[in-house]
Design a protein around this ligand. Sequence first.
Ligand code: 4NP
Length: 156
Amino acid sequence: MTLSVLFVCLGNICRSPLAEAAFRQEAGRTGLDVEIDSAGTGDWHLGHAPDVRAQATASRNGLDISTYRARQVSAEDFRRFDHIIALDAKNLADLKAMQPEGSRAALSLLLDHVEGREGQAVADPYYGDEAGFDVTWAEVTAGAEGLARRIGQARG
Ligand code: 4NP
């Protein structure tokens, strides 16, 4: 059975596309059969490619996210995805507020899957400088590894 994971941040142009890319790479490396996507809670950037700084960060790490397009999270996502992973506490609160009755998706923070970083946020790099995106990359990579390990163990 294919498991499905959706990463959610605010704009879907910085953090969640990088989390999606990092997890695609990690799932490939560890042989996980998983459907992966990302979305934003906000609607400012619908249809836009990732922020150029996020694209450059992915590129420096050997990944191409230029074809990704921003979309907004919907009620249907709570039926479609097994896991919806928020990048920060506000994203998680917004997701909980819109979660439909009886939805199947399990909600968590990305860093809940990293030992010692449970409950912490992946900081928003949008208003900062380029270096902030390297911090984001390190965090989403750690999250992707932890999540892949946990899903792999749960499936035996
Ligand atoms: P993201 O970053 O949530 O990581 O995609 C942001 C992108 C856009 C905005 C804020 C954060 N914005 O205010 O437009």
